[in-house]
Design a protein around this ligand. Structure first.
Ligand SMILES: O=P(O)(O)OC[C@H]1O[C@H](O)[C@H](O)[C@@H](O)[C@@H]1O
Length: 272
């Protein structure tokens, strides 16, 4: 893998190159902004109205959610990792490694920790691994996700397969528990669901294109599209932009991880 320092909208980034594929990663949040496999087709959605700069949450790409998913805890929505500067630690075992250590800006979460995002890139696949280490002297608990915004051509033509039979919490309906009876999930209006114990690979169909989505370590899969009504309230999204993405997120949400001193937790999402 080759790396090239660059900038995007004033944000320091690293462009990764491998086997004819590229990925653009902002140091802010270790946020993957773009993934273009060797076939040249961009696979991630990034809002043209996204905010950048200190403390911003970038709409699109792959936000790293840690140490709190959503509002499930006393901390800021979706945690602080996505809105803090990470460091590039170099290439290890062919993967680009980005790290966030406990620091003055994370002191409101009173734990020593190291979070790492390791990115592997090949001609047709992107593999993202989030590692969390506990170098502290006491346990800590956290929730986390890789909040991937997959670009789609026409939402009306999109189907997500592989969730049939899985239980889910329907966040768009106040958290009611349901079971997925459909062969595929379609997107007509707001969809905001936390599927539990997803074991099979998922397939996102977008017209003639398909993307396989696999995860390890993460116990949940969050599926989100705001639909037109909610999207209209999101100021960092252009009016019809909700039709251009589906979030399929590898998450550890319903059951927080409790990490003992000296332990490491690891979760991976694979796309291709
Ligand atoms: O607007 P954000 O803070 O980035 O959150 C965007 C979305 O993230 C997840 O998918 C949640 O399940 C949604 O409830 C939330 O609306």
């Amino acid at each position: 893998m080759q790396t090239e320092p660059t900038e995007f909208n004033g944000t320091p980034c690293l462009r990764l190159h491998a086997d004819g594929a590229t990925a653009l990663v902002a140091l802010h949040g270790a946020h993957v902004l773009s993934w273009i496999p060797a076939d040249g087709r961009e696979r991630l959605f990034l809002s043209e109205r996204a905010n950048y700069g200190e403390g911003a949450s970038i709409r699109g790409g792959v936000p790293v959610i840690f140490p709190q998913f959503g509002e499930r805890g006393p901390h800021g929505r979706h945690g602080f990792a996505r809105s803090q500067p990470w460091q590039f630690d170099g290439i290890a075992d062919g993967r680009a490694v980005f790290a966030l250590h406990a620091n003055a800006r994370t002191a409101h979460w009173p734990h020593a920790f190291t979070a790492r995002l390791c990115i592997a890139l090949s001609a047709s696949r992107l593999e993202l691994t989030l590692d969390v280490d506990n170098p502290d002297t006491t346990d800590f608990a956290f929730t986390a996700a890789l909040h991937t915004y997959l670009r789609v051509h026409d939402l009306a033509d999109v189907a997500l397969e592989g969730l049939q039979g899985c239980d889910y919490e329907d966040s768009a309906a106040g958290g009611v528990l349901r079971r997925e009876h459909n062969f595929d999930v379609r997107f007509d209006g707001e969809v905001d669901r936390i599927y539990n114990d997803v074991v099979a690979p998922l397939t996102l169909r977008d017209g003639a294109h398909t993307t396989a989505i696999e995860q390890d370590g993460f116990s949940d899969t969050v599926v989100w599209n705001p639909g037109a009504t909610l999207a209209a309230t999101l100021r960092d999204l252009a009016p019809v932009d909700h039709q251009r993405f589906v979030c399929v997120e590898a998450g550890q949400v319903l059951q927080p991880v409790v990490l003992a001193p000296g332990e490491r937790w690891s979760g991976t999402q694979r796309l291709g």
